[in-house]
Design a protein around this ligand. Sequence first.
Ligand SMILES: [Ca+2]
Ligand SMILES: [Ca+2]
Length: 184
Amino acid sequence: MATKQPKATNPAAAALSAVDEEIRKQLEVLSQKLELHKDQLILLQQTFVAFDVDKKGYIDIEMIGQILDMLGHQLTSDELQAIVKEIDEDGNGELSFEEFAHLAARFLVEEEEDTEAILKELKDAFRLYDKEGLGFITTDLLREILKELDEKMTKEDLDQMIEEIDVDGSGTVDWEEFKAMMIG
Ligand SMILES: [Ca+2]
Ligand SMILES: [Ca+2]
């Protein structure tokens, strides 16, 4: 059977070859099942191992909360309980790696969809302002837009904001600058 050797230059592949055969097989299966990239799974696996301090093969709810928190998802303990209950297939109140991967997959996929949706909305907004399709809006126009959003902003506030937004000082705000302003 011809299997592709992972290139040593790829750090993720190197990490993958470092994990043992059994885990590697598990990751292959999970990668297809959860439609997660193998690199993401390896990262999750390493996270899981790091948090499974006693090497039980399980991590408890409290840890899950901490991990999700680290990933930027702050859940209330009720939300967390509800999610774990749903994911915890064998009902032992702790998550195995597979259960953990299911949970993480849900958040990771959601995140990608969210980002895509937000970017699309932003692009629409940008096009709306960039009426002539020049690929940029002038800082004068942006000043009006910002002023409209918050009437309390002083000229100094606006100057400062515009200076930060128009990174290259071109007097115009292109899509990249606009995106950076909105997403931060
Ligand atoms: Ca379980
Ligand atoms: Ca600019």
